[in-house]
Design a protein around this ligand. Structure first.
Ligand SMILES: [Zn+2]
Length: 394
């Protein structure tokens, strides 16, 4: 068992949070506190399908060590995900993943303080955490046997161990072995009144079509259904303290779906396009299970969607959900932190990064001039490898 000394230091925590989630194209926030409704199980909800399995949720206590080991038994599955949630005074993170032979295949120490991002799971920033395994095409494929995911519970500082925390643990597995084509299921949750705006609905459907075009180049498609909610259209930024709202928003998904909330603004900011709170995010309801999109920013701030705006809107959706299925920016805004993929170059200044990566879907900001924004449609082989290993992709 690890002790408190094994917990991440404050600098790494802050820098990772800032780099991974604060980029210009990334501002998305969680919906209003009066969100929700009980009609989450819409009649047209997708059925999970036989390749996709969700365990019963089990409550565990982290005990004196502040840690628990979650076993995940694999027979012939391709990917698994563990989702853990606690209450407001706790923060959870993943400490390690051990394979059936006892080898540790993920250690938080290997990634926490470095300048390459691998998974948000290792940062104890929220009341919930999730790990998707494998992460990369370079990670060993699953083998039969029992994997062990070690989780830790911390105080709200994300650093100090907090023992005796009850944690609800759910395991999801996916048996689909096709790593070249796949489908992701998405629920667009309209914030209050948005579904009544015919121009917004039309623009969103057109943006979803463009999203599908972009992702199709990576062998992926999205199936989208739409639900209405009473969520406040001034969406909040995804954070520990807005977890209740994300939880409510994700009550509209059935297991295997991802919630995308479309509201007017994020934190009342008309320039925030969208934010995916975690990389990756869960495919079941939880306090970290929603992406927020502010439509006004996507419409260019004038409230009217031009063809260029719809292109940008579709690429924002593709980008934010790209985060949710596990993709980091190939380089962060400050050009001093990178993803951990080998085929995305490590550029170090705006000029070089825009030249080498400016058309990559996961570039951290929009490159725009009076004629519009550079279209970002490129996904590398390694980026595709992450997307096809996401447990929600089948
Ligand atoms: Zn981003």
């Amino acid at each position: 068992m690890m002790d408190d000394a094994a917990v991440p230091d404050d600098d790494a925590f802050v820098s990772s949070t800032t780099d991974a989630y604060a980029a210009p194209t990334d501002a998305y926030a969680p919906p209003g506190s009066d969100a929700g409704g009980t009609d989450a199980w819409a009649p047209d909800a997708f059925s999970p399908g036989e390749d996709f399995a969700v365990s019963p949720t089990e409550t565990r206590n982290t005990g004196a060590s502040g840690e628990i080991d979650v076993p995940v038994t694999i027979t012939d599955q391709r990917s698994f995900m563990v989702v853990a949630t606690s209450e407001n005074a706790s923060r959870l993170s993943v400490l390690s993943v051990t394979d059936p032979s006892g080898d540790t295949v993920l250690r938080w120490e290997d990634w926490y303080s470095g300048d390459h991002s691998y998974t948000s799971a290792i940062y104890a920033e929220r009341t919930a955490t999730t790990i998707n395994w494998p992460v990369h095409g370079d990670d060993p494929a699953l083998v039969p046997g029992t994997y062990v995911v070690r989780l830790g519970s911390y105080r709200v500082d994300g650093i100090t161990s907090r023992p005796d925390v009850n944690v609800d643990v759910t395991t999801i597995t996916n048996r689909d072995t096709d790593l070249s084509s796949g489908v992701l299921r998405v629920v667009v949750v309209w914030a209050d009144g948005m579904a009544d705006d015919a121009a917004l609905v039309t623009a969103t459907e057109a943006a979803v079509d463009h999203w599908n075009d972009v992702w199709s180049m990576a062998g992926l498609s999205v199936e989208v259904r739409y639900v209405e909610s009473t969520i406040d259209p001034d969406l909040p930024y995804p954070a520990a303290m807005t977890g209740d709202l994300l939880d409510t928003a994700s009550s509209f998904v059935t297991p295997g779906e991802i919630a995308v909330i479309v509201g007017e603004t994020i934190n009342s900011d008309t320039s925030q396009y969208g934010v995916a709170g975690r990389i990756p995010g869960p495919v079941i309801r939880s306090p970290i299970s929603a992406i927020v999109i502010g439509w006004l920013a996507n419409a260019g701030g004038d409230g009217v969607f031009s063809a260029n705006d719809i292109q940008l809107y579709g690429e924002v959706l593709a980008h934010e959900v790209g985060h949710f299925v596990g993709l980091f920016h190939p380089v962060e805004n400050a050009f001093d932190r990178w993803d951990s993929l080998s085929d995305t170059p490590e550029c170090r200044n705006a000029f070089n990064c825009e030249a080498m990566l400016g058309t990559n879907l996961m570039f951290p900001y929009s490159i725009c001039d009076a004629d519009g924004c550079v279209s970002t449609t490129i996904l590398t082989n390694d980026q595709r490898g992450v997307m096809h290993r996401y447990t929600g992709t089948r």
